[in-house]
Design a protein around this ligand. Structure first.
Ligand SMILES: Cc1cc2nc3c(=O)[nH]c(=O)nc-3n(C[C@H](O)[C@H](O)[C@H](O)COP(=O)(O)OP(=O)(O)OC[C@H]3O[C@@H](n4cnc5c(N)ncnc54)[C@H](O)[C@@H]3O)c2cc1C
Length: 392
């Protein structure tokens, strides 16, 4: 690790919970720079350090997860496999309730919910515990690739590395600067709104999914409970957004019979909005660079869920970085292994098959206003189960 000011670095490590290696170290050098300390970036950084290489994890916010917009639903295995304490679990829900225009369907399945400002921070701390250096309050504004390395620029810092990993979410610099990673297009991007509603010790023990044109034409409304709050949200593919999404949110909160009664007088603690990729990226590697997580379109294009895929993508990206550093080969040819290996994963196959299905149903939506709910039912339950269910 070649860092300009070692004293400052040691001071940083004495307090592993203060993410503050910055400002006074304008020129930094490392093996790998990871841009973005979400689930994808922190996992990538952790795996690289586990292989014995230097990594700097760069986050624009004061701490990871601080401004992340998410309902926070995932699988318990994600927490367990990342080595995080189950104390960070807000709620364990026992079922998904799907409210289709043609009726209700309950699927018994365990989900857990987390606050992203807690989950992301814990994941980043794991990477720091293993040896990653964390640079917070640093937004990378430009990246350039030279013959002997990569250079990143924020307002105050320059970071030189052998490799860069873009884990900077849907609006990734990788696409804007190099044309790789997730390309935001109107029919391949969800726009979403969420509200975190105060509800102390709420009794909800299931996650809800509400479908139909009265909510949004292509997407759904959701209710994901935590211990003392409930996340209510709506998401719709951009190209199908016929009215203001705020109207859909207000409908969920005030007038929709299945949720309005519950929420209309409750206190809203936070409102936020964000984009969700709805298509896998065509290319997720380049010279001296990899793209991972939302930045690579590693998101379920029907549900918009991406935490687990970001973590799994991060594990692979970290491994490939280590292989590239060991071989001292940073060429696109070598790094193309990352895409080949990702394409063989269950995550990618799941995402890709759902992407193909969503294209078919998107076409059918010209004739069928319930095309999205049908897509959601078919891809959640499988066509066989859906047909059996309909016959009953
Ligand atoms: C409303 C909504 C609800 C969702 N609900 C769920 C859910 O319940 N379950 C689920 O599995 N998924 C959900 N998702 C999707 C999930 O949030 C993402 O798939 C997941 O966060 C992807 O992780 P990531 O690490 O790739 O990106 P992100 O979590 O977006 O992390 C990117 C990080 O990079 C930082 N960053 C960005 N640009 C820069 C820069 N230039 N320099 C430095 N740092 C930068 C950001 O601050 C951020 O910390 C939801 C998404 C939305 C929008």
């Amino acid at each position: 690790m070649k860092i300009a000011n070692i004293d400052a670095l040691e001071a940083f490590h004495k307090d592993k919970y203060s993410f503050c290696l910055y400002k006074f170290m304008p020129n930094l050098k490392t093996d790998v720079a990871v841009i973005g300390a979400g689930p994808a970036g922190s996992t990538t950084a952790r795996v690289i350090t586990e292989h014995g290489f230097d990594v700097i994890l760069i986050e624009k916010d004061e701490f990871p997860g601080m401004t992340n917009v998410c309902a926070g639903g995932t699988l318990r295995s994600v927490i367990k496999e990342a080595g995080l304490s189950s104390d960070i679990i807000e709620k364990v829900t026992q079922a998904e309730r799907h409210y289709f225009p043609w009726g209700e369907n309950e699927i018994k399945v365990e989900l857990i919910t987390v606050y992203r400002h807690v989950f992301d921070r814990c994941l980043a701390e794991k990477a720091v515990e293993k040896g990653a250096k964390m640079l917070t309050k640093t937004q990378i504004r430009d990246v350039s690739v030279k013959n002997d390395g990569v250079q990143m620029f924020s307002g105050e810092n320059t970071i030189d590395s052998k490799l860069v990993v873009f884990a900077d979410g849907p609006n990734t610099l990788a696409y804007r600067r190099f044309g790789i990673g997730f390309k935001p297009e109107l029919d391949k991007t969800f726009v979403s709104l969420t509200c975190e509603i105060q509800w102390e010790n709420n009794p909800l023990n299931h996650c809800e999914f509400h479908y139909g044109n009265h909510i949004v034409p292509w997407g759904y409304g959701w209710v994901f409970p935590k211990r003392n709050t409930v996340n209510v949200g709506v998401g719709c593919i951009y190209s199908k957004l016929s009215s203001n999404l705020i109207d859909s949110m207000n409908y969920m909160l005030n007038n929709y019979p299945l949720t309005g009664e519950k929420f209309k007088d409750m206190k809203i603690l936070q409102r936020s909005s964000a984009l969700i990729p709805a298509a896998p990226a065509k290319r997720i590697f380049g010279e001296r660079m990899l793209v991972v997580g939302d930045a690579a379109g590693m998101v379920d294009p029907v549900t918009g869920g991406g935490i687990m895929h970001a973590v799994n993508g991060g594990k692979l990206a970290g491994k490939i970085c280590a292989m590239s550093l060991e071989a001292e080969d940073f060429s696109p040819k070598f790094l193309s292994q990352y895409q080949d290996m990702w394409h063989k994963t269950i995550d990618h196959q799941w995402i890709y098959n759902k992407f193909l299905a969503s294209n078919v149903f998107l076409y059918l939506s010209r004739f069928d206003r319930n095309a999205y709910p049908k897509l959601a039912e078919v891809t959640r339950e499988g066509i066989g189960k859906v047909l059996r269910h309909r016959k009953q």
